[in-house]
Design a protein around this ligand. Structure first.
Ligand code: SF4
Length: 235
C-alpha cells in the first residue's frame, strides 16, 4: 500500500510525548485560512510504500526516548486511514500518536489504535466552522464524544481573532466541553503567522488580516475555562 507524505522528521515534545518521528501526511478535508502547512492541504507530496515506512520506524526506534514514538499529522492524517492502520498494526511495540482535525469519517478507526490522540476543536459555531474551514461540526463533535468513551484525549483550540475569540464562542466552547464525558484536557494555541510565508511561496493568497488575539482575551479564555472546571494545560 502507498502513503503520501509531504514532510517527515524528528521533533521533541511538540507533537506528542518525548522524541518523535513525525510524518506529515498530504491532503486535508478542511481549508483553514491560517493553516501553517498549506503545502499539505492538497494530496501530493512524495509517495512511499507502507513497508518502507515500517522499516524506517523500526530502524529509528532507538531515538524514541522520553516516552517518544511516531506521530501522524498533516494535512489530515486520517484521510489515509488504511495505510496508517496498516503501519500501526505491524508495529505493536511502538507508541503512536495522531494530530487530527477530527472532521473525517475515518477518524475513529485510526484514533482508537493510538496511544495519544490530539484533536483540534476550532469553533463551537456550526455555521462559522462550515463557512471558514469547510468542516461539519456534527462529525467533529461525534468523533470527540466517541473517542472519549475509550481514551483520554488532548483538545487544541487555535484561538483566532474574528473567528472564535468572542464571548459568544467562549460560552459555546464551555457548553460543549461541559457536555463531554471522559478524560480530556484543553490547550489554547493563540494565532500566529508561522505559515504565512509558505502561502506566498506556493503562490496562494494568505487571507487572514486580523487574526492576532490580545493577551487579555487569551487570559480570559484560560481563566473562564478553568473556572468552569475544565482542565487547561500548556505544552
Ligand atoms: S485542518 Fe489543519 S492541516 Fe487542515 S487546513 Fe486546517 S490547519 Fe491546515
Amino acid at each position: 500500500m502507498m502513503i503520501n507524505i509531504f514532510e517527515k522528521g524528528f521533533n521533541y515534545s511538540q507533537d506528542g510525548p518525548g522524541n518523535r518521528l513525525v510524518y506529515h501526511l498530504s491532503g486535508c478535508n478542511m481549508f483553514c485560512p491560517w493553516c501553517s502547512n498549506p503545502e499539505g492541504m492538497e494530496k501530493g507530496g512524495r509517495q512511499y510504500s507502507t513497508d518502507e515506512i515500517i522499516r524506517e520506524i523500526q530502524s529509528s526506534a532507538p531515538m524514541f526516548f522520553d516516552g517518544g514514538g511516531v506521530t501522524f499529522t498533516g494535512g489530515e492524517c486520517t484521510l489515509q486511514s488504511e495505510a496508517v492502520i496498516e503501519i500501526i498494526n505491524n508495529l505493536p511495540e511502538i507508541d503512536f500518536c495522531i494530530e487530527s482535525n477530527a472532521a473525517t469519517k475515518t477518524f475513529l478507526s485510526v484514533a482508537e489504535k493510538c496511544n495519544t490522540v490530539i484533536v483540534d476543536y476550532k469553533s463551537p459555531c456550526a455555521e462559522k466552522l462550515k463557512k471558514i474551514t469547510g468542516a461539519d461540526i456534527s462529525v467533529v463533535e461525534n468523533n470527540i464524544r466517541n473517542i472519549l468513551k475509550t481514551k483520554k484525549i488532548h483538545i487544541r483550540i487555535p484561538l483566532i481573532h474574528s473567528f472564535n475569540d468572542d464571548d459568544d464562542s467562549l460560552e459555546k466552547f464551555i457548553d460543549f466541553f461541559n457536555s463531554l464525558c471522559g478524560d480530556f484536557d484543553i490547550e489554547i494555541l493563540p494565532y500566529h503567522e508561522y505559515g504565512k510565508e509558505k502561502w506566498n511561496r506556493i503562490g496562494k493568497e494568505y487571507s487572514v488580516s486580523d487574526g492576532f488575539v490580545s493577551k487579555e482575551t487569551i487570559k480570559k479564555f484560560i481563566e473562564t475555562l478553568k473556572a468552569n472546571s475544565i482542565k487547561v494545560i500548556k505544552t
